[in-house]
Ligand binder design. Structure first.
Ligand code: SF4
Length: 318
């Protein structure tokens, strides 16, 4: 069955400047470098990679929180970079975000009822009764009791707060949710509950979810497809089972080898050095400074991406 794209990212480049001080001037950070990607309706797509790989910047660009230098992002076929005011308001109703830290993402001075009411007051013309019934429906949906609506965020555990944050994201019946490290700030014992909740909601409402995470175990359990990023580029992408069973790119192999529950061969691949600065990208294959299989041509030439359903960018597969 042909999948329908909800989001189409075309040759996206994102740069930003950091001020390194009066004497050094400004430095350009090349955060996203030529990313093209389709996100299909109803899938959970995970974007993974080390901190600094560009995954969060890419995700924020999708929901219009990060401007691009060039390229396009289409949402349901519409270029999100040229939306007018009313189209932008409509777009914001369709896309919502669940943040990493449920401790910081809920206003500590507001009762839960008011936190959940806010998006409806701003973005809908619902009556008072309809607002109240929607709030009760969503709080039950995330497994909490209506009695919690009169409490403040500090009266809940981390897992409960993340459930409230998910309820808030669902208030406007979005089609698309960006979940940025949604369980990494939670106790391990609670992580599974929140992961299961996201999975249930995705199935029940045919939600499209982009999951940003460095946790390969979460990806294995939750994601339909996975994209591996390195220095702002996609180096491998495909069906989650396929990538976990047969990783091709040396960087993906190293990432998976570091997770004991996933690593079948039991041999951990230790990469040389640290991630190079995105302000000073290496020539050729950007992974060549750390790759255990590096060849001479990798230092000068950029490998082309191969494959359609399972994409990989490495000279070993030419
Ligand atoms: Fe390693 Fe070369 Fe492949 Fe890059 S192109 S990942 S350096 S083998």
């Amino acid at each position: 069955m042909k999948k329908t794209s909800l989001v189409e990212i075309k040759d996206l480049f994102i740069e930003y400047y950091t001020n390194k001080g009066i004497l050094c001037g400004k430095t350009i950070i090349h955060a996203v470098n030529g990313v093209s990607l389709d996100i299909f309706k109803g899938e959970i797509l995970a974007i993974a990679g080390e901190s600094g790989c560009g995954k969060s910047t890419l995700a924020k660009a999708i929901i219009q929180l990060e401007p691009a230098k060039s390229g396009k992002i289409l949402f349901e076929g519409k270029n999100t970079f040229i939306l007018n005011k009313s189209e932008l308001k409509d777009f914001r109703r369709h896309v919502q975000m669940v943040f990493q830290n449920p401790y910081a993402s809920l206003n500590p001075k507001m009762k839960i009822f008011n936190i959940l009411k806010e998006p409806l007051e701003i973005n809908s013309d619902f009556s008072k009764e309809k607002i109240e019934s929607t709030i009760k429906e969503k709080i039950r949906l995330v497994g909490l009791d209506e009695s919690c609506l009169e409490l403040f965020p500090h009266e809940f555990s981390g897992g409960q707060r993340q459930r409230i944050a998910i309820a808030r994201a669902l208030m406007l019946n979005p089609e698309f949710i960006l979940a940025d490290e949604p369980v990494s700030a939670l106790d391990v014992s609670i992580q599974a509950q929140v992961i299961n909740l996201l999975k249930e909601l995705k199935e029940k409402y045919n939600l499209t979810i982009v999951l940003i995470t460095h946790d390969m175990s979460v990806i294995k359990y939750l994601a339909d497809r996975v994209v591996i990023m390195y220095l702002g580029e996609i180096v491998e992408a495909g069906n989650t089972n396929e990538i976990f069973k047969t990783p091709l790119h040396p960087y993906t192999k190293a990432l998976l080898s570091s997770v004991p529950q996933i690593n079948n061969q039991g041999k951990k691949i230790i990469l040389k050095g640290d991630l190079p600065s995105p302000a000073n990208l290496p020539a050729g294959c950007k992974f060549h400074t750390r790759c255990p299989y590096v060849m001479e041509k990798c230092k000068e030439c950029v490998p082309e991406e191969k494959g359609i359903s399972h994409r990989v960018k490495c000279f070993l597969y030419e």
